[in-house]
Structure formats: C-alpha cells, structure tokens
Ligand binder design. Structure first.
Ligand SMILES: Cc1cc2nc3c(=O)[nH]c(=O)nc-3n(C[C@H](O)[C@H](O)[C@H](O)COP(=O)(O)O)c2cc1C
Length: 194
C-alpha cells in the first residue's frame, strides 16, 4: 500500500444504501470475517477492545427483520406508522450481511465512556474502508431500533454497554455518486509562531 492508494481508498469510499445493493447476491462469509478482523485492529484506549459484533446473514436477516419490526410495533403505540413498519421488515432482506455495532463498556475505571464509543467508531471506519477495498457496498445506520433498550439486550449487550447501530453490506448494483467535502484547510488552524 502506498500513500496514493490509501488517499484514493479513503477519498473514494462512499456509503452505499440497501436500495443500491444487488438483490439476493451474497457476499462470501470469508470476506466478512476478514473485514471484522480489520475492525478489531482499530485503536482503543487501554487495550479494552470494546467492540462486540453480531452478524446476520441468510435466514438470520429474516430473524433480524422480524425482531426489529416486531419491536417497533410493540413500542410505537399511537405513533405506529405502517410505512415505517414495512421498511423495518424489508430493508434487512436487501443486504447480504448486517453487522450490529456494539460497545462493551471497559472494565478499567479510568477510561471515560466516550473513549470506548470512539474506539468502536474507529472500528466502524475500518469496516467502511475494508468494504470499499473489497469493491462492496455498505453503510452505517443508527436508525430503526438502534437506541431501543430491548435491541441492546437482544444483541447480548449489558446495561453499561451501548448499541451504536448496524452496518449493512451488499454487492453494489447502483454505485453512489461522488462525495463532497469542505476542504481540510477550512477546518484546520495551523499555529506556526510562538
Ligand atoms: C454515526 C453515523 C450514523 C449514521 N446513520 C445513518 C442513518 O441512520 N441513515 C443513513 O442513511 N445514513 C447514516 N449514516 C451514513 C451517512 O449518511 C453518510 O456517511 C453520509 O451521508 C456521508 O456519505 P459518505 O459516507 O458516502 O461519505 C451514518 C453515518 C455515521 C458516521
């Protein structure tokens, strides 16, 4: 890997959403395992490695779709929205794999919670870049049942842990448009004098 290749990978990585995936085309599980190994090489404070993933694929996608739509129906009350319910049922089935992004709270008392969250976010960026490097599509969603306590427990996370969302992965059918960013110079102060 040379710097130019890395620059290209980082700058051309784009979120690819479920409607853009090739329907029904599965990614090899071995690739997902490699992507997850890359996730675990993220920096983390105090060697706590505070990530916990679950992977849904095959019939597991249906199980996840049923779980999240059922939970929404159960909790929505008067705010129940049929279109949202159907979306929660159908979106997972467009993916090849869905990875839940859990943060297991460090047992070391001196590590602030935000730093465990930051470490998992670094792991998710490794997932994003790995997905791009394999020529696949994917995105991080914090929608659906992400912040529902019952979803946290369903995914094996405990009271002090957090669910940070889900990463959807699939083969790209419709590529994303090129991205746009404000130039780094506008986001940076250089201090060069005493
Ligand atoms: C913490 C986080 C949460 C996100 N949640 C959502 C989401 O719920 N729904 C969504 O469509 N995209 C979500 N995204 C993806 C962003 O929409 C996407 O990164 C952004 O549009 C920039 O596009 P790019 O990833 O192609 O550069 C999320 C991204 C991050 C970092």
């Amino acid at each position: 890997m040379n710097p130019e290749s890395l620059n290209e990978l980082i700058r051309n990585r784009r979120s690819v959403f479920p409607d853009q995936f090739k329907a029904g085309k599965k990614v090899d599980d071995a690739i997902i395992r490699q992507i997850l190994i890359n996730a675990t090489w993220a920096p983390n404070h105090g060697q706590q490695e505070p990530w916990q993933f679950s992977v849904f694929t095959g019939d597991g996608l249906r199980a996840f779709a049923d779980f999240q739509s059922g939970l929404y129906k159960q909790d929505a009350g008067d705010a129940f929205n049929e279109a949202k319910y159907i979306k929660l049922q159908q979106q997972p089935l467009k993916a090849s794999h869905i990875i839940s992004l859990g943060m297991k709270r460090s047992t070391k008392k001196n590590i602030p919670e935000i730093e465990d969250i930051e470490a998992v976010a670094c792991a998710v960026q490794n997932i994003y870049l790995s997905v791009a490097a394999y020529g696949l599509g994917g995105y991080w969603t914090t929608g659906g049942v992400t912040y529902n306590e019952k979803a946290r427990t369903y995914l094996g996370l405990e009271e002090n842990d957090k669910l940070l969302g889900f990463f959807y992965i699939g083969h790209i059918g419709v590529p994303s448009a090129p991205g746009k960013r404000i130039h780094a110079e506008e986001k940076t102060n250089w201090i060069t004098t005493a």
